[in-house]
Design a binder for this molecule. Structure first.
Ligand SMILES: CC(C)(COP(=O)([O-])OP(=O)(O)OC[C@H]1O[C@@H](n2cnc3c(N)ncnc32)[C@H](O)[C@@H]1OP(=O)(O)O)[C@@H](O)C(=O)NCCC(=O)NCCSC(=O)C[C@@H](O)C[N+](C)(C)C
Length: 265
């Protein structure tokens, strides 16, 4: 996607460190980076087009908040201007078409699980509803102490449907995930770390430095090592021990072959 296409969808992409770092910025600060179907489709296209050089993706929000979630002006049927895709359009679809459209929306989130890179959400201000789910789509979250995570879908009579429920359960466990989704209560930085939702919570003015430090550490090992390790760990909880051991062996054989006769170092 061109920079103009991305800008029209409320996004910006910057490539740094010789293409190893992709920073995706939600760039509708005047609307607290409220998300739209157009943005989700652009995120999916951006993920599909990402150069092979990218080893870390950082997702951040411009302005006061990471993301205030779904653009609520697009929720009611007929609420959007002509030509603008709205979540409210779903009401007119039959069940299969509605589910297929939601699958398209989910693709804007699920690409962040790709083992080719590690994804990091830098979260400040608010991460509400779809904003919370976008942060959850990333492998790692670094947050500010005053951040407010809230899974607000229940207040709208909806469920979280942008791929957020699985990583939420994996991060905080079933009971805490249920409590957060059902009550929509707000979790701030220190609690987010305590319950496993975030890696680290820092004062707002230290967020960029904390993310930079993490990115540098993630870029330390050889790219294939991080990719193999992410793939191993991602599926570990769902596998039998014997299967996991088999996959470890296979990955290690590939590593030994890649290292060659000289061995590590
Ligand atoms: C985030 C917030 C706490 C920030 O407060 P603030 O005091 O810093 O800023 P503000 O003055 O409230 O907002 C600044 C501007 O940002 C706009 N804005 C803020 N959140 C928005 C939103 N979600 N949609 C559209 N505009 C939004 C405000 O209307 C306003 O626009 P204006 O200047 O033109 O008046 C406050 O704006 C707020 O509560 N926003 C609403 C949050 C909300 O309920 N989001 C929906 C979450 S649920 C959700 O995401 C459902 C989704 O997953 C469902 N599905 C999967 C089916 C798609």
């Amino acid at each position: 996607m061109s920079p103009d296409d991305l800008a029209r969808a409320g996004l910006r992409l910057d490539l740094d460190l010789d293409g190893a770092l992709a920073t995706v910025t939600l760039d509708r600060p005047e609307k607290r980076n409220a998300q739209t179907p157009t943005m989700w489709r652009a995120l999916a296209a951006l993920g599909a087009d990402l150069p092979g050089s990218v080893r870390v993706v950082v997702l951040r929000g411009a302005g006061a908040s990471f993301s205030a979630g779904l653009d609520r002006s697009l929720l009611l049927p007929g609420g959007a201007p002509d030509g603008v895709e709205a979540v409210g359009d779903l009401f007119a679809l039959d069940d299969a078409a509605m589910a297929a459209t939601i699958a398209d929306y989910q693709a804007g989130f699920t690409w962040l699980h790709d083992p080719r890179f590690v994804s990091v959400a830098a979260v400040h201000g608010h991460a509400i509803g779809a904003g919370f789910q976008l942060a959850l789509a990333c492998d790692l979250r670094v947050v500010t102490d005053d951040v407010g995570f809230s899974m607000k879908e229940s207040v709208l009579g909806l469920v979280p449907d942008l791929g957020g429920t699985k990583p939420l359960v994996e991060a905080v466990g079933y009971a805490r995930a249920l409590e957060l989704c059902a009550t929509a209560r707000t979790v701030q930085g220190p609690e987010a770390v305590a319950i496993g939702l975030a890696l680290r919570s820092v004062p707002a003015d230290a967020l960029d430095a904390a993310v930079q430090e993490l990115v540098a550490a993630l870029l330390g090992p050889a790219p294939e090592v991080v990719t193999e390790t992410k793939a191993l760990l991602q599926g570990a909880a769902g596998r039998e021990l014997a299967e996991q051991c088999r996959l470890e062996r296979e990955a290690q054989v590939r590593r030994f072959r890649a290292l060659g006769a000289g061995g590590p170092g």
